[in-house]
Ligand binder design. Structure first.
Ligand code: NI
Length: 162
């Protein structure tokens, strides 16, 4: 396993739509192991999408504090409910956080590391992380959802980075 360097704006890989994983082979499993290690390398990181480590594949990992990591392959959001204002940062946009609207709850679908179909119903930080990471798979970043340019500010020590 290895801690991988994080791609930051304006790296074009962050704006590409990712390819679906057709088979969860050794290289995909290694990518996931490296992504988990990279995510846990610094406290406060709760998720990572493959484009952030330079791989344009439909793979995300989410690691909320005190929870088991969630691995989602070919993930997509199939349902969104409600709307709430949140603060959000991204490892690929270092130094900043923004204020934007995210759903109150979401349902995501995809595959786990064994290729089994999973459905995740989530609210709160997990719902936010799922929307954020699945956005990455489609080349979107949280700054695309800001209400206004003033909604972006410098990061504070207790801000969450997704
Ligand atoms: Ni991000």
């Amino acid at each position: 396993m290895a801690v991988l360097p994080i791609r930051t704006l304006p790296d074009p890989v962050l704006r590409q739509k990712t390819k679906k994983v057709s088979s969860i082979d050794k290289s995909v499993k290694k990518l996931i192991a490296d992504m988990r290690e990279t995510m846990h390398a610094e406290p406060g990181r709760v998720g990572l999408a493959a484009p952030q480590v330079g791989v344009s594949l439909c793979v995300t990992v989410i690691g909320l504090p005190e929870e088991e990591d969630i691995i989602l392959i070919n993930g997509k959001i199939v349902k969104r409910k409600g709307k709430r204002l949140v603060n959000e940062g991204c490892l690929s946009i270092p130094g900043y956080v923004g204020e934007l609207y995210r759903a109150e709850s979401v349902t995501a679908k995809g595959l786990d590391i064994k290729g089994k179909e999973i459905r995740i119903k989530a609210e709160g930080l997990l719902a936010q992380a799922l929307e954020h990471e699945i956005d990455h798979l489609n080349g979107f970043l949280y700054i695309d959802h800001l209400e206004s340019p003033e909604a972006l500010r410098k990061i504070q020590p207790d801000d969450v980075t997704i």
